[in-house]
Design a protein around this ligand. Structure first.
Ligand SMILES: O=P(O)(O)OC[C@H]1O[C@H](O[C@H]2O[C@H](CO)[C@@H](O)[C@H](O)[C@H]2O)[C@H](O)[C@@H](O)[C@@H]1O
Length: 519
């Protein structure tokens, strides 16, 4: 699972599907279709060449979702061996044509909207608001002729710069998804090239349309179903919720654009400006290379020797996702501060615990998540549930590829059900953490204050490799130096780091030069 960034430097517009992405109306559509098709198929004279079994969720996703009403009727019935005439818009609701059945479904959908109302998904509303703050244009693009009405019922009537829906499609004679015509029309109206626009979709037909239209980023949302169907349809990335989509800030860059710190020492020197460094370092993937078994990770002799030497010349701290006791037992260096559970627990250089109560309220939810996930993923070979005092990791590095989705989805669902927890992603790991405004960045600031290391003659330097390190890299972005340790697992994601290094060896070399202890 990859953190997903919308980047104002690259993306000019984001085009959203409506039902299931912005509003909770996909289930109203699915229910209305089911009523119409189940009744039609039950009343149709039996025929061995036709399948009259009930309409299923899979039928909705594969044949109907995202398409125009008429195309949905024709495509679904064709899959059941039934060819209906198309008819036209004058057909009465329930007439035995695609228009007739489509009109009947529309009556049922409209009644359901009136009876049940429409909710906008809060994660979608937050994303649209942050896109507007970031100066990125937005459109809603839907095959539905009910689009304006649904948006109004959800309180989103004025939330988008452009709307291209089933009404516009009929006026312009545009084909529905999976043809890209509606998306391309929306991009044209926004004045944004598809190659600089993002499409957010939950339907296979919509994903295929975005792919065919050459859009820069095709983002699938699998709020309930399995992400793999959307990946197969062509999504670049699939998220379980739009809360995982972040609008990048202007200080971030792609990993491929970050200069190597050893080759561009001038960049490092300009940030440090002769100040004494305070070295704050991530552990896994930074000080110790990634391994299949987290328990087998250790500092190499040369890294240990170099760190011990550094710790004698400048303040050093390790801020890890591991349990505090675990990371301390792996670091075992005199004079080094250690923070565990992504900064929710801290020990001073002599090992003395420093009270930090922020995560305590979440302990019952972490206990419940541990119990639940240990039971639910216990049967998956290679899955590992690792409880730390203030977080829970579900590792899938050693899980067979076809079972990875299941492990990720299960962990995310458990995290979403427990109000005290939030979900974060790391390298082949899903982490459940206390849902409070505390992270490695806040922990870094706290550590500097606890240790009395806020003197202007000091410069905080943070090095990390993973998504959870970005909070700390952001924290040092304005005043300090951020170093990202590259790995092939990253793709070309965004980072707050100023410079990169190619691995632990080059990192130690860079830190040693910084501390005036060149190796
Ligand atoms: O903040 P960190 O010190 O980087 O800790 C983050 C997680 O690191 C560990 O998992 C990662 O490293 C494992 C060993 O190389 C690897 O098998 C796994 O795939 C990685 O995600 C650790 O086990 C977790 O508890 C930490 O949260």
């Amino acid at each position: 699972m990859v953190a997903t960034f919308i980047d104002p430097n690259r993306h000019r517009a984001v085009l959203f599907d409506l039902d299931g992405v912005l509003t909770d109306t996909a289930r109203l559509h699915a229910t209305a279709w089911k009523r119409v098709f189940d009744r039609y198929l039950a009343e149709r004279p039996s025929n061995p060449a036709e399948d009259h079994g009930p309409f299923t969720d899979a039928d909705y996703r594969h044949h109907v979702d995202g398409k125009s009403r008429v195309d949905g009727v024709l495509d679904f019935l064709r899959a059941r061996g039934i060819w209906l005439p198309r008819g036209d818009a004058t057909d009465a609701p329930g007439a035995e044509t695609a228009h007739g059945l489509g009109a009947l479904k529309d009556e049922q959908f409209a009644a359901a909207v009136d009876e049940e109302g429409v909710e906008a998904f809060p994660d979608a509303v937050r994303l649209v608001e942050s896109l507007h703050r970031g100066g990125i244009a937005t459109a809603v693009v839907s095959a539905s002729r009910n689009c304006a009405r649904v948006l109004a019922r959800a309180g989103l009537a004025d939330a988008f710069d452009v709307r291209v829906d089933g009404v516009v499609a009929a006026e312009l004679g545009l084909p529905g998804k999976p043809d890209p015509a509606l998306l391309l029309e929306a991009a044209r109206r926004l004045g944004a090239e598809p190659s600089r626009s993002v499409v957010v979709e939950d339907a296979e037909a919509g994903i295929a349309a975005a792919r065919a239209g050459g859009f820069a980023l095709v983002l699938g949302v699998a709020r309930t179903g399995a992400p793999s169907a959307l990946v197969e349809a062509g999504a670049d990335v699939v998220v379980p919720s739009l809360a995982e989509v972040v609008v990048a800030a202007s200080g971030q860059r792609r990993l491929s654009e970050v200069p190597d710190g050893l080759e561009h020492w001038d960049t490092v020197a300009a940030r440090v400006r002769g100040r004494r460094p305070v070295l704050l370092l991530d552990f896994d993937g930074t000080l110790a290379p990634i391994q299949e078994d987290p328990a087998k990770v250790s500092l190499s002799v040369s890294t240990r020797t170099a760190l011990q030497d550094l710790a004698r010349h400048c303040p050093v701290g390790v801020i890890s996702g591991r349990d505090l006791r675990d990371v301390r037992s792996k670091v075992r260096l005199e004079g080094v501060w250690c923070a565990g559970s992504h900064g929710f627990e801290l020990a001073g250089p002599g090992g003395e615990p420093i009270a930090q109560r922020a995560g305590e309220a979440a302990l019952p939810d972490l206990d419940a998540a541990e119990q639940c996930l240990s039971a639910q993923v216990a049967g998956v070979a290679g899955a590992l549930v690792d409880r730390k005092r203030f977080s829970l990791a579900v590792h899938y590095r050693n899980v067979r590829p076809e079972e990875v989705d299941h492990v990720i989805t299960t962990a995310q669902q458990v995290g979403a059900q427990l109000p005290g927890l939030r979900v974060a992603h790391g390298r082949k790991v899903v982490e459940l953490l206390p849902d409070i405004d505390w992270n490695k960045g806040r922990a870094l600031r706290w550590l500097l204050e606890q240790a009395g290391l806020t003197d202007p003659g000091l410069v905080p330097v943070y090095a990390g490799d993973d998504y959870t390190d970005e909070d700390a890299l952001q924290e040092v972005h304005d005043e300090g130096l951020g170093v990202v340790v590259l790995s092939p697992e990253h793709g070309d994601r965004l980072t707050w780091a100023h410079v990169s290094v190619a691995g632990t060896g080059p990192l130690i070399e860079l830190l040693s030069r910084l501390a005036g202890r060149p190796r």
